[in-house]
Design a protein around this ligand. Sequence first.
Ligand SMILES: [Zn+2]
Ligand SMILES: [Zn+2]
Length: 89
Amino acid sequence: MKCPACEAKGLSSRVSDGGRTRTLLGWRPYFDEAGVEHHHDPNRQHRIYFCSNGHSFEIISRPACPAGDYPNELAQTRMFGATEPGPRT
Ligand SMILES: [Zn+2]
Ligand SMILES: [Zn+2]
């Protein structure tokens, strides 16, 4: 795991895990006409990271269906800009 902003600039930094959140939409797995199990989980997981150069970013992802028709296409990295995570001790 590297900070994408630092990686783009060739800087080195340490990245700390800022926690994760998850949307809470209801869903249920189902079995299609062929008896194949589908997990179409609409929830996105947001994982937040802070880098030691003051960048912060989150990685948003969605679980894929094991049957392969619901890919994890939302996996993306989003920068928060130059938000400082706060003073470090
Ligand atoms: Zn950075
Ligand atoms: Zn499916």
